[in-house]
Design a protein around this ligand. Structure first.
Ligand SMILES: NC(=O)c1ccc[n+]([C@@H]2O[C@H](COP(=O)([O-])OP(=O)(O)OC[C@H]3O[C@@H](n4cnc5c(N)ncnc54)[C@H](OP(=O)(O)O)[C@@H]3O)[C@@H](O)[C@H]2O)c1
Length: 256
């Protein structure tokens, strides 16, 4: 598929962080973008940015934990902009808890938002794409999927499950013209983890250092992850960016 023709993209979790940056970046590439999340007042602001950047925008309330909400979002977005050429499944949440500190509801929220949500979104989006013989399903995972971290049992399980699901989807979609790809960010500046608190953050970082999962000592801007998502969304035909890992540039001099 060419990256020059203006196309239509639906983005979940577009009210902040990586999703908002992705919507803006797609708008700047001339995409018509449908933005979904629960905070519609934030979506309205991002939609204005998309239009200022040169794209068309539509926004609508979306709770990816709810299949009816996903259907209503897709119905409204398709009526406004036409069917999606690209769907970015980005909405996600994470709590910082040891397993015994989680409530059952918090665990359910992580799994419903980060794993079941993207599966329901793909279930809604894929059949139309297969019928049209083209489409990009992009799933925002996390480095946690391959480098599990303490204090993130539910989050890690949800992202590892997500990558397993996408692999199955890739096989099921082979030959259909529809590509499913994972974008796997490392530490990124966003509203994610903003409520952890200083004392808990110190304890968490010490534990991650102990377990050797603190390779990246700094954050990258959400815009850099958005750049990777746009790259996947506009990949020419004949190739498949099936898993793209995005980590911050390390400016330290290594031991060599
Ligand atoms: N930041 C990082 O270091 C990092 C690293 C690796 C992966 N990621 C992944 O990147 C993705 C985006 O996170 P972010 O860093 O940009 O964090 P963020 O700023 O907190 O954004 C999360 C987005 O998800 C939306 N969301 C949460 N629950 C939702 C629900 N039930 N239905 C619909 N939307 C929902 C939020 O919108 P509302 O609250 O308005 O619904 C928000 O737009 C997530 O999948 C996250 O796991 C982040």
């Amino acid at each position: 598929m060419s990256d020059s023709a203006a196309r239509t993209a639906f983005v979940t979790g577009a009210s902040s962080g990586i999703g908002a940056a992705t919507a803006r970046a797609l708008g700047a590439r001339g995409f018509a973008v449908a933005l979904g999340a629960r905070r519609t007042e934030r979506l309205e602001e991002v939609a204005r940015d998309v239009e200022r950047a040169g794209g068309r925008a539509f926004f609508c309330a979306l709770d990816v934990r709810d299949a009816d909400s996903i259907d209503a979002f897709f119905d409204a977005a398709e009526s406004a902009l036409g069917p999606a050429d690209v769907v970015v499944s980005n909405a996600g949440v994470g709590f910082a808890r040891l397993l015994g500190e989680y409530t059952a509801e918090e665990l359910r929220t992580e799994l419903d938002t980060n794993l079941l949500g993207p599966m329901l979104v793909a279930r809604r989006a894929a059949p139309g794409m297969v019928e049209r013989g083209a489409g990009e399903l992009i799933f925002v995972s996390s480095l946690n999927a391959v480098a599990p971290r303490t204090f993130q049992a539910g989050y890690t399980a949800s992202k590892a499950g997500l990558e397993g699901f996408v692999r199955v989807l890739q096989m099921e979609l082979e030959g259909s013209g529809v590509r499913a790809g994972v974008v796997r960010p490392g530490p990124t500046g966003s509203e994610f983890g903003a409520g952890y608190g200083a004392e808990r953050s110190r304890r968490i970082l010490a534990s991650w250092k102990h377990w050797g999962v603190m390779r990246e000592l700094h954050w990258m801007d959400a815009e850099r992850v958005a750049d990777a998502i746009v790259t996947v969304a506009t990949t020419p035909s004949g190739m498949h960016l099936d898993v793209v890992q995005v980590v911050p540039v390390d400016t330290r001099k290594g031991p060599l």
